[in-house]
Structures are given as C-alpha cells and as structure tokens.
Design a protein. Structure first.
Length: 94
C-alpha cells in the first residue's frame, strides 16, 4: 500500500506559538537542539538523533535552541486507511 506524505528537510525550525492540526508529524533532528512543548507540558530538549512525534489534535510548539538541521514528515490522516483509528483514538504515554 502506498501512502502520500509530505517531507521537508530544513535548516532550523521556525519558532512559533502553539499549533494544532490533524496530521501525524514526525521530526528527526539531524544536528542541533530544539525545545518541544506538546499539550502544554514542560518543554523537552530534542537533540541530534532524537525523533519528535506529534499525533493528530495535539497542541505543540518548537523553539530552536541551537541552529539545527531536521527532516519533517507529515502524514495526512485521511490517507491512513486502516491505521486511522489507531492514530486518532490513543496517544502513547511514556
């Protein structure tokens, strides 16, 4: 099965206020550091080699701490077929 996804490779995440959307967003930090807030919880630092996963309808924010390179993959949940229920009915906890 083929899934349509959006992939972007950028130098530095843009700092912005809290966002919310219905996609699954995965960010892989290649170099540098970024603070991440998800669902208004205390910020966590993401560094080289870390992955950030934001599930549908989660509020999130990124703030670049040290200039970084990253790859962002956004998957439109409408195209997830049989996986739609899994990604919209539960969010993993630590």
């Amino acid at each position: 099965m083929v899934y349509r996804i959006f992939v972007e490779k950028k130098d530095g995440l843009v700092d912005f206020g809290m966002k919310l959307h219905s996609n699954v967003e995965m960010v892989f930090i290649l170099e540098g550091e970024t603070n991440v807030w998800i669902d208004n919880k205390e910020a966590e630092k993401a560094e080289s080699g870390d992955a950030i996963i934001v599930f549908p309808c989660q509020q999130y924010r990124y703030e670049t701490v040290k200039k970084e390179d990253h790859v962002l993959i956004a998957v439109d949940i409408k195209r997830m077929g049989e996986f739609l229920k899994t990604f919209t009915s539960q969010i993993p906890t630590k």
